[in-house]
Design a protein around this ligand. Structure first.
Ligand code: COI
Length: 353
């Protein structure tokens, strides 16, 4: 690490940990005592620091606010039964963040800042990692433009930050999803594969329309023909059709989800049939009608596995039989056991701090 990247730590005078009710943790309603920051100025990263969590000051001409030059990641830390803390697959998030950075004309984050900074932040706030079943510490690294300039061009300077938050379940119950055949999350040549603010902003209005009709989320379809299944809400979506796990290939329009990859890896390891291939809405609905669709679930960091209760298409609700949730239950348990250090971590996914 260069001299300028020496980490300085300025501790909060008092911890707010007593405000956390470990037995009633919602999703991201409270934030830990500290945050990590680094500045990208004059073409180099500098001023890596941990400070008390709090508001930051920005120019009103900030381009991230006006034009969305902003990216983020999401990952989780777990407390094992013996008190050890591990982060699940952070190297994968580090690599993906730099893929997003390239697409959004932002500088690459050095590994020392992302990985070492995250580890030091978690050490400082280790008591914020909850150990109640079904909870974790959500880690949110993000980077945004900070030039004071409202012309449309890539910013020169950026801030990288990490904040963390104790979290419980993202969805309180299995989700009802509607196949979206008008609005689009991502298009070929667009930014769908990047974890960038605008993708999420663009999803809010269609999701709000679905909520109004009683659905929790959407199944996004391709932007050209609305013929192929892509993602669901903020997650990848996976299906068990017959005895085969089926999910769409990642690419321009589909985020390379780390939970998705973990599910595929486990399924293959268990000898299950796995097909990563384009899946048409017609095939999905036909499988739902004929009972071949055994399971449907979203896979993402926040929710881990979100069981799909109902899929709606062209005004018809197809309710899935909950007794079919064999694979998704098994994979959810396996992921939990690995993350909590209860079984062998055979793929080396846990990063101990
Ligand atoms: C995830 O589950 O990976 C997410 O990105 C969800 C987040 C936007 C809350």
């Amino acid at each position: 690490m260069q001299d300028t990247l020496q980490l300085t730590i300025h501790k909060a005078p008092h911890s707010r940990i007593k405000e956390l009710d470990y037995n009633n943790i919602k999703f991201a309603r409270q934030y830990s005592d500290h945050m990590l920051l680094a500045d990208y100025k004059g073409g180099e990263w500098k001023n890596l620091r941990i400070e008390p969590y709090g508001n930051i000051s920005l120019s009103p001409a900030n381009p991230a606010i006006h034009y969305g030059q902003s990216i983020f990641e999401g990952l989780k830390a777990y407390k094992h039964d013996d008190g050890k803390i591990s982060i699940f697959r952070p190297q994968a998030n580090f690599e993906r963040m730099n893929i997003s950075a390239e697409r959004m004309v932002m500088p690459a984050i050095p590994e020392e800042i992302f990985m070492d900074g995250m580890r030091e932040l978690l050490k400082v706030d280790s008591q914020w990692v909850p150990n109640v079943e079904g909870t974790a510490l959500y880690i949110r690294p993000f980077m945004f433009a900070i030039d004071e300039f409202i012309g449309v061009r890539p910013s020169d300077d950026f801030t990288f930050m990490i904040i963390t938050s104790p979290v419980g379940a993202y969805y309180a119950k299995p989700v009802k999803v509607r196949v979206e055949t008008h609005y689009t999350r991502a298009v070929k040549g667009g930014t769908g594969y990047a974890k960038t603010a605008g993708n999420y902003a663009a999803s809010l209005y269609p999701a709000k329309l679905a909520h109004k009709d009683g659905y929790d989320q959407l199944i996004w379809t391709d932007g050209q023909e609305h013929k192929y299944v892509e993602e669901s809400g903020t997650m990848n979506i996976m299906f068990v059709i017959g005895d085969t796990l089926v999910t769409a290939p990642t690419g321009d329009t589909i985020l390379n989800g780390i939970t998705r990859d973990s599910v595929l890896t486990l399924a293959r390891d268990w000898g299950m049939n796995v097909e990563v291939r384009p899946l048409t809405v017609d095939e999905l609905i036909d499988a739902a009608k004929t009972g071949k669709l055994k399971e449907a679930f979203g896979a993402g960091t926040a929710a881990t596995i979100a069981h799909v209760d109902t899929i709606a298409h062209e005004g018809i609700d197809y309710k899935l039989d909950q007794s079919g949730w064999e694979f998704s239950e098994k994979v959810l348990k396996a992921l939990n056991d690995i993350r909590l250090g209860r079984v062998e971590d055979k793929f080396g996914w846990n990063y101990l701090i």
